[in-house]
Design a binder for this molecule. Sequence first.
Ligand SMILES: [Zn+2]
Length: 139
Amino acid sequence: MPEENNRPAPIPQPESDYYWEQAKAGKLVFQKCGACGSVQFFPRVLCTSCNSTDLEWIESAGKGSLFTFSIVHQPPHPGFRNAVPYITAIVELDEGVKMPSQLIGIDPEPEQIEIGMRLELAFEELNDSISLPVFRPVG
Ligand SMILES: [Zn+2]
């Protein structure tokens, strides 16, 4: 098997099955609490603010801004050997959720990347069941 196919993929859990199904369909969803209104990512059984189980799924419009980033030069796993250097990032969606992701479509050079830059959703297909939400610069 080629090394690029050995990249580890997320393993959906019961609380995240819906999230991964939607990602495979090209949609990014997050949870909103019906009791206190908090939004959260990643998917959980309970609201992280009030412990309510009254959570609903909200589809993101797929726009956000760069909260922080790091350029990865050392592969964290042999499956990433052909991917480095790449940009790992925390993206703040316009809906208020902060999520870990990866930036694409931009050189992994610090002078090319700006905190607060506008980003839009894209997907990277890892395998038959997992598509990863990633982000690229708007425009
Ligand atoms: Zn809550």
